[in-house]
Design a protein around this ligand. Structure first.
Ligand code: PHE
Length: 446
């Protein structure tokens, strides 16, 4: 596909909405709060911000520039930008495309849960009076066929958007949903801060307790930064390839990372004051959002409305991320196999649905199918977050720092000031690969 006829985002707002749309997702609203909760609060937040600034932003810049310089997906970009066609580097690209498909398969399941909880909030059944046992209700739901049903519904909505293409699908949907997401966030945060006893929650989130900091805090903070920024698998390379030629890369990467971190913090501001105000446990793990929050909504005045808002927020955030994950596969199929967009969508979503069924049934009918005690869902989550993403991120930083020729990198990063470009390149060459290697080894050996 040539530079001229490749689809592009049409406005600056569209670029920001789409990139923030991929970054802001379950990682911010579901994963970040329970990571903060289990790593002792504010200290984790501080470690996370350092990782975003010094490691996340340079790698985001790399992916954007690879996409824009080559106008291809990550596989094509590695071939186009490496000398002699990057015979080996292309495998790194392939790893990225595979990660995208696998992440989408389990991510769609959790995104499907948000649809069930949204449905229950709207119908009122989540917050009706009577005895509720959130833990059992959540376990029953995830073990049943409804879980599969919602996964398929989510994938179907996703397919419709991606079929409509880059401008009429991805950009348009992001332009509408992202502002709505920000409004919902602000309204909910204000409500939370006004709850009696909210102060304890805010202190937990913002006051760093350094007695909790150890190597694992820093390493989990880096893992969280990677997942949340959507780096390491080529999603941002694809979006970078849709950037108009005057988009400022360092600036877009900083805005995206800044807003992404802000949304995670605001999600913490929504959740922790409520958790403390109602005397719940902040370190509840992945169940925090699906088990602890429903209990809280039941005790709040207007609980059904707040629950609806919250799960709508979570659904919007996850949909714009699943869209970007599928686009990673779609653009690969279009470019590599010269498929029409329709066929590429069918091919990508066919794979994802196939794997997604196994992930969705991992909590019930297929829960006995385990390897090393992990279900299929757990394996996909573990392998992609702990192995594929860090390896992908490390390869991307080495590729842009050491392999792509300097003038191309400098041209793409301009008009950022020379000094800033130098800092980004220095971080990419030395700091990012070493830091990522440390996380990787910790995850594998630890
Ligand atoms: N960043 C998304 C989130 O925070 C997840 C994601 C990862 C999306 C990788 C695309 C690629 O939920």
């Amino acid at each position: 596909m040539t530079e001229e006829n490749r689809p592009k985002f049409t406005t600056r707002f569209g670029v920001i909405a789409a990139t923030v749309g991929t970054a802001v997702g379950l990682g911010n609203i579901w994963r970040f709060p329970y990571e903060v909760g289990s790593h002792g609060g504010g200290a984790f937040l501080l470690a996370n911000i350092l990782c975003v600034v010094f490691i996340g932003i340079p790698v985001v810049c790399s992916e954007f520039l690879m996409g824009r310089a080559s106008r291809r997906n990550i596989f094509g970009a590695m071939s186009a930008l490496a000398p002699e066609g990057g015979r080996w580097w292309r495998f790194a690209g392939l790893l990225g495309v595979a990660s995208g498909t696998l992440i989408l398969s389990f991510y769609a399941v959790v995104a499907g849960w948000t649809l069930e909880y949204l449905f229950q909030s709207v119908s009122g059944s989540l917050t009706t009076e009577g005895t509720h046992q959130s833990h059992i209700e959540f376990a029953d739901f995830t073990a049943g066929w409804r879980c599969l049903f919602w996964t398929i519904v989510l994938l179907a909505i996703n397919t419709v958007v991606v079929l409509r293409g880059v401008q009429k699908g991805i950009e348009k949907v992001s332009n509408w949903l992202m502002p709505l997401l920000f409004v919902l966030l602000v309204v909910m945060a204000v409500n939370s801060v006004l709850l009696p006893g909210a102060k304890a929650g805010l202190e937990f989130l913002f006051r760093p307790d350094f007695s909790h900091v150890d190597a694992s805090t820093f390493l989990s903070a880096l893992g969280q930064a990677f997942f949340s920024l959507s780096v390491g698998l080529g999603t941002l390379t694809v979006y970078g390839s849709y950037f108009p030629s005057d988009t400022k890369i360092v600036r877009s990467a900083s805005i995206m990372a800044g807003l992404d971190t802000m949304v995670a913090i605001v999600a913490g501001v929504i959740i922790f004051p409520a958790v403390f105000s109602f005397g719940m446990e902040p370190a509840a793990g992945p169940q925090l959002v699906f088990e602890v929050l429903p209990d809280i909504f039941r005790q709040m005045t207007g609980g059904a409305v707040w629950a609806t808002m919250f799960f709508l927020l979570l659904f919007i955030a996850s949909l714009t991320s699943t869209i970007s994950l599928s686009e990673t596969g779609v653009s690969f199929c279009v470019e590599r196999w010269h498929l029409s967009r329709g066929k590429a969508v069918a091919c990508t979503m066919g794979f994802v649905t196939f794997f997604g069924v196994f992930c969705a049934l991992s909590f019930g009918p297929m829960s006995a199918m385990t390897v090393f005690g992990m279900t299929i869902f757990d394996i996909f989550d573990y392998v992609t977050s702990n192995i594929f993403l860090p390896v992908g991120g490390m390869l991307v930083s080495i590729f842009v720092g050491w392999v792509v020729d300097r003038p191309t990198v400098a041209r793409q990063l301009s008009p950022a000031p020379r000094f800033l470009c130098r800092v980004v390149i220095f971080l990419l060459r030395y700091i990012c690969p070493l830091a990522i290697l440390a996380v990787f080894l910790n995850n594998i050996l630890g």
